[in-house]
Design a protein around this ligand. Sequence first.
Ligand SMILES: Cc1cc2nc3c(=O)[nH]c(=O)nc-3n(C[C@H](O)[C@H](O)[C@H](O)COP(=O)(O)O)c2cc1C
Length: 245
Amino acid sequence: MQSTLETILNHRSIRKFKNTPLTSEQIDTIIDAAQHASTSSYMMAYTIIGITDPAKKEELSRISTQPYVKQNGHLLVFCADLYKPISKASEEEYVKMLPNLENSEHFLVSSIDAALAAQNAALAAESLGLGICFLGSLRNNMGRVDELLHLPKHVIPLFGMAIGVPDHQPEIKPRLPKEAVYFENEYRHPQNEIDAFDEKISAYYQSRSSNQRKDTWSDQMRRRFLKPIRMDVTDTVQQKGFNKR
Ligand SMILES: Cc1cc2nc3c(=O)[nH]c(=O)nc-3n(C[C@H](O)[C@H](O)[C@H](O)COP(=O)(O)O)c2cc1C
């Protein structure tokens, strides 16, 4: 087995999997690892839904527009879940707690809890020699995913994770230089580092073995923020009782 650090530093998203289902032991280990992540105020404000129904996998794949959402060893959907922590509240308490429950703080708490659990799951899977890809693309139709998984009020789907035996070995993707990410004592505008990174990533995109293109990180990000994306998410999230105030 690789050391934890080797596993972390070897990460690359896998988008093509062999047709090998995960064993129940592998799934148990991955979920156990997810559950051992730190959790805000012991809230454990998340739920993980494994998709075993081929029809649901098919529909999630259509929503995400990505084929590996149905062709993988297992598919997980990570949800922010404020329902479980309050499930034993009386009607009177529920009414009293709503402004607090539905504020941005608890939207963040539950989303952070789910993300930490997911990263633990990813590392566990990678430690077992499997590959993973996170799937924010499920939010292409968050309302339909919510319906499909029968999520109660105060539970929302955040992202998926495809897991399986890798059927390709993409290069490790470069990251911003440490000097653009880690500052001491105060924020510093890392413009020189971003310029240097743009040159580096441009060379990476032109020389990598598949999906070559001419692009820089800053151009990619500019395009991303100029084109509105998933503008319905705010409404869906608020209808489910998150981030309302
Ligand atoms: C929350 C989250 C959602 C993501 N959603 C998708 C997705 O929908 N489709 C996809 O192909 N990759 C997705 N990714 C993977 C990122 O594109 C990938 O991590 C990033 O480009 C860095 O590449 P690497 O993971 O290979 O290092 C997602 C990653 C995260 C953390």
